[in-house]
Design a binder for this molecule. Sequence first.
Ligand code: GTP
Ligand code: MG
Length: 368
Amino acid sequence: TEAITVSELARKMNLKASSLITKLMSMGMMVTINQQIDADTATILAEEFGCKVNVVSLYDETVIEKEQDSEDSLRGRAPVVTIMGHVDHGKTKLLDAIRSANVAEGEFGGITQHIGAYQVNLPQGKITFLDTPGHEAFTLMRARGAQVTDIVVLVVAANDGVMPQTVEAINHAKEAKVPIIVAINKIDLPEANPDRVKQQLSDYGLLPEDWGGSTLFCEVSALKRKGINELLETILLQAELLELKTNYDCRAEGRVLESKIDHGRGSVATVLVQRGTLKIGDPFVAGVYSGKVRAMFDDHGKRVDKAEPSTPVEILGCDGVPEAGDPFQVTENEKLARQVSVKRQELKKLEESKNVKKITLDNLYDSI
Ligand code: GTP
Ligand code: MG
């Protein structure tokens, strides 16, 4: 969806805008000097004049130089898990069961959890859960070019079996090439039939190991909090196979999970750090906005001064409210962060006011 005005393209190509307009007319497009043309059109047009177009997208992250990984900067990181499944199959209940299984008694009820993700700590390792169950968050992120999930836990109610949204979730995960762990839920119900679920899922290529497949299955009751530890162990097992490693030493980068304006605190953004370590005072760009990390809070609402990869944190200090899925990047200095933010806001405005009219010769004559 990148675009450029005819006059700006002409300036970049060192040509008169009228030459471009004439050329565009010969290609069947009527445009004015201040009108925008899309990247494809600009590319074709430029080629006509022997120029090459480099398309830079709104959120082009390459404008901020990435730090290289050194051998010893790579360390294992926690898997990031999204829970998906059909309506009422128990996604929320399962997230609650996992959270309470891991939080010390007393601590849980007392803390209002407003962060869109949380991390559980097991002796064998950590797991990050995205607290926005459902396909919307997943597809929204994907649509914005963000891949934050390492593993999908597919919840299927043992009494209900595979339903339309179960299939949808399988397709989303497959498209994103994210491995699926099946959690057969509600096994406490007398009518629960886990074998039927396995049978149904085998039609979608999800075969348990004891049936000759490679998909990891767990049987749980989110209501009775049964099988939760086994599920967590299974997630860690799957994560081990993925060999998730990243740089802990470089400037942080990640994704915005959600953000809002909080009266008294200003802009509050929940960010998932994916690489590097985020620290207080770090200048950053988040979507079209920028800022400096003023304060950070973990998933328990506790103040922290750094956040390592796979950690979700709430940060204060952004000068606007970025969108879910927006890239988050720490920059070398505040000036660069502001520059990138200003440029992106310009590009966004252009995009919003975009008024590209493609008129082919055919319909040009039709309309006369
Ligand atoms: P949506 O967010 O609407 O898509 O539903 P969900 O998948 O989050 O399901 P939710 O966790 O809200 O559970 C739906 C219903 O199933 C609730 O009434 C739960 O109490 C019930 N439920 C969830 N897990 C279990 C379980 O393990 N056993 C039984 N018997 N009921 C369960
Ligand atoms: Mg729910």
